[in-house]
Design a protein around this ligand. Structure first.
Ligand code: 5GP
Ligand code: MN
Ligand code: MN
Length: 326
């Protein structure tokens, strides 16, 4: 932590980035950091080559989010360092590789169990609720008085989304204290909740209904399938499907919920969630993925039916090893 604070004080130009398929913690921690660095007079940019979820537009609409090409043009070979937030693996950073290679230093701030300390500086706390909570701790250590409503909205969004609205066990006393402190800075929590959870489009709910029709259950796990044709049919962007997997988990007796998302032909993104004892990070790792004990993912380069088959085999084996055969 001391090294991170010194780094923030000493450096001048920062590129802030995160993982592909941005979620609330990705966007919240990046914008909270961006706003803070700008406030203390630094040159900072949020760079991500991806599309952003509609339900977070209230948060990012007033910011410029750069693409790699634009940043290269803007910096024109000037030195910069890279802050990687909420990303467990350097390969998941969604910016062009030469921007990663060209950084004078990489500062890795994250809470993924699977984080392999890829930075020059690493601040990885795998039981933290969110990267936003880690960023909050860092900003408090630099100067708590500088945390204002704007920074608060960004960090509160990351905290709320990564804890499932304070539902997951990762939400601890420190997370609730952080929430309370941010509310005292003027954060309107109802506005955030309305935007994220209560502003779904009609098409999104129709898509949800179609995905839920695919729901299958074995004794301790259940799964659903999202085919790319369903996204097309309901005009929904792939990156707007973050919350769907939870429906597979919220079933009595089910420990692991899985969603198979067909990203394109022969590319299947698998999302895993668990409730209490199953370590889905371990299951995702078997397919070269990773994440947290209770939320993890991987990408399988196979046709969807073969990907489903492989994962179901693995899940049955996992349940058996843990004495919970079907
Ligand atoms: P989601 O299912 O929401 O995409 O991801 C759940 C968690 O696992 C997130 O924290 C995400 O960063 C992580 N994750 C998802 N896919 C991968 C992957 O392919 N590799 C790694 N290392 N982590 C992943
Ligand atoms: Mn994330
Ligand atoms: Mn996170």
């Amino acid at each position: 932590m001391k090294d991170i604070i010194k780094y923030i004080k000493d450096e001048n130009t920062f590129l802030i980035t995160s993982h592909a398929s941005p979620d609330g913690d990705n966007v919240g921690s990046c914008l909270g950091m961006l706003e803070f660095l700008t406030k203390i007079g630094k040159e900072a940019y949020y760079v991500l080559d991806d599309s952003f979820p509609q339900n977070l537009s209230f948060l990012y609409e007033n910011y410029k989010i750069y693409e790699s090409e634009e940043i290269k043009e803007l910096l024109k070979e000037r030195p910069y360092s890279l802050i990687a937030l909420d990303c467990g693996d350097i390969k998941r950073l969604k910016i062009e590789p030469d921007l990663i290679e060209g950084a004078s230093l990489i500062c890795n701030i994250d809470h993924h169990k699977s984080n392999n300390n890829f930075g020059t500086l690493n601040y990885v706390v795998d039981n933290a609720s969110s990267t936003s909570e880690l960023v909050y701790n860092i900003l408090c250590a630099v100067d708590e008085n500088l945390i204002d409503e704007k920074i608060g909205i960004a960090l509160y969004t990351g905290l709320v989304t990564d804890t499932g609205n304070f539902m997951f066990e990762s939400a601890k006393d420190s997370s609730l204290i952080m929430a309370a402190k941010l509310l005292s800075k003027g954060v309107d929590k109802q506005k955030i909740i309305r935007s994220i959870y209560q502003s779904n489009s009609f098409d999104y709910l129709k898509l949800t209904a179609e995905v839920m029709m695919t729901l299958e259950k074995e004794k301790h796990f259940s799964y659903m399938i999202l085919e790319s044709s369903m996204l097309k049919k309901h005009s929904i962007d792939y990156n707007d499907t973050e919350g769907l997997v939870n429906h597979a988990l919220n079933i009595d007796g089910v420990e692991v919920g899985v969603l198979f998302k067909e990203q394109s032909e022969n590319v299947v993104k698998v999302s895993f969630r668990s409730k209490g004892w199953a370590n889905v990070n371990e299951i995702a790792k078997a397919f070269n993925g990773g994440g947290h004990e209770r939320a993890a993912g991987c990408t399988i380069n196979k046709p969807i039916d073969q990907a489903v088959y492989s994962v179901l085999e693995k899940l049955r084996e996992y349940m058996k090893i843990h004495g919970r055969s079907n």
